[in-house]
Design a protein around this ligand. Sequence first.
Ligand code: NDP
Length: 248
Amino acid sequence: MTDNIAGKAIVVTGASSGMGAAAARHLARKGAALVLGARRSDRIAALAAEINQAGGRAKPVTTDVTKAEELQRLVDAAVETYGRIDVLINNAGVMPLSPLQRLKIAEWDQMIDVNLKGVLYGVAAALPYMIKQNSGHIINLSSVAGHKLFGGSAVYSATKFAVRALSEGLRQEMAAYNIRTTIISPGAVKTELLNHISERDVQQANQDYVGEVGLPPETFARLVAFAINEPDDVGINEILFRPTAQEL
Ligand code: NDP
């Protein structure tokens, strides 16, 4: 079987917990050279140390994806450290669900800034390098909520529908530059994502559900590795996965 992960320079946003951290560990074991971005510096420093001690390669770079210049610094770090950027995983995201009538406007702004504008800033930072290299791979996190609506998901879903639209536009425009794109839409996965829901009733309902059916974040790690590992002339453009027991 071809190994198209070993030696690749891969940048992961939101690498301090959940699916980003699981993907970083998994890809490092497969020989990728990682750059880890998130706001919690202590978490990404500890993860990078763990990977490096195990014989892998990882560099932490404190990054807030709502700031375009910080994403540029994150992507630049891959080129400075490893000489190139092969893959960008735009994984950072927040999901403070609530019904619209509760008017949580600051949380709406945060979801748009992190989930949508953060992805765009990542694309802006990586594209010039990838176009120059005439190769690259951009992986964006949508969600089952980027395909369907559920209680309190209107704004979160709006950001995740938008990620799918921009990823398809990116795919079409980058075909000529040998740059692959992948949209990954997870169903329920057990991570820290629900910790930041401020509306207690909404948080409780979601915690109960995800606690019951949620998959471990390592599921995502295997699937993102699958998309990267395919030969460069194959674009795995969309992956949607759910727990088998998830109805939505
Ligand atoms: P976690 O809460 O465990 O991880 C989210 C990550 O995003 C953290 O590493 C966090 O790091 C980072 N993040 C949040 N805000 C910012 C910011 N402003 N700048 C940089 N990083 C930021 O959740 P998941 O692992 O579940 O989430 C990963 C992705 O998967 C998200 O895009 C989410 O929407 C999506 N998803 C998750 C599902 C699930 O069921 N878990 C289902 C469908 C999609 P830090 O706080 O240190 O900055």
